[in-house]
Design a protein around this ligand. Structure first.
Ligand code: DC
Length: 229
């Protein structure tokens, strides 16, 4: 089910960058899959900004820094040598798998709520888009804070049950109730923090298209999205 904004809100305006697509939404909504598909169709690169917050959280754990120690984590974020690509790397080492560990899940919302960490990550994300001449960027604050001039802004969501099922499948975890509880906690932290919280679907920016992927697979969502470009 899709809620389209009014045509005037969706029409591209001259100062919008046609090579930038923003995808926001809660965990497990299918943002990464959709972002990859849209990027493939448009011949653009794709950036998973959640992986960047995860990389900071992972490094804090590895270095024994308390994720709640805001100044120490902010310093770590500024100094982090992070390469964002298909496989994110820290100091040249592939961390794609390590950043998906349950230990990282448990602390990443705290790290992402740190305003200084956010400022650093937002600057890096904006630089990434400049360097790549556009891109498909997914996260929580992309259409609102990181790339407010994106040509297309999608807010992708799905029911909490469906999102928990997808996350459990992705991570090959069979304890669905535990995955659902962790996801619900993260949703709550991400949407109630002071710095750039994830809005509820009814509160998204007027120029974003809300897409509910509960009963649709990625290909069906992609087909619809391509008609808006
Ligand atoms: O998309 P994800 O579940 O991998 O994101 C990991 C965490 O980072 C999650 O707690 C939300 C946060 N995040 C954020 O605050 N802003 C973004 N642009 C992307 C992710």
């Amino acid at each position: 089910m899709m809620q389209r904004p009014s045509p005037s809100a969706r029409s591209p305006v001259p100062d919008k960058d046609p090579r930038v697509v923003a995808i926001d939404g809660p965990a497990g909504a299918g943002k990464s899959t959709l972002a990859r598909l849209v990027a493939g169709h448009l011949g653009l690169k794709w950036l998973d900004t959640g992986a960047m917050y995860r990389a900071v959280a992972y490094c804090a754990l590895v270095k024994g820094i308390d994720p709640g120690d805001a100044p120490a984590v902010a310093k770590l974020a500024r100094e982090l040598v992070l390469e964002m690509g298909e496989q994110p790397k820290v100091d040249g080492v592939d961390v794609a798998e390590a950043i998906r560990a349950p230990q990282v899940d448990a602390v990443v919302s705290t790290v992402a709520a740190n305003p200084e960490v956010r400022a650093e990550m937002v600057a890096r994300q904006q630089a990434w888009v400049k360097e790549h001449g556009g891109g498909v960027v997914e996260g929580r604050d992309i259409g609102t804070v990181v790339l407010p001039d994106a040509q297309l802004k999608i807010y992708l969501t799905a029911s909490a049950d469906q999102r928990a099922r997808r996350r459990a499948l992705e991570n090959a975890r069979h304890d669905l109730p535990a995955v659902a509880r962790a996801l619900a906690l993260r949703d709550r932290l991400d949407s109630t923090r002071a710095a750039s919280p994830l809005p509820a679907p009814q509160d998204v920016a007027a120029d974003a298209v809300v897409v509910d992927s509960t009963d649709r697979d990625a290909t069906e969502v992609l087909e619809e999205v391509l008609t808006w470009l």
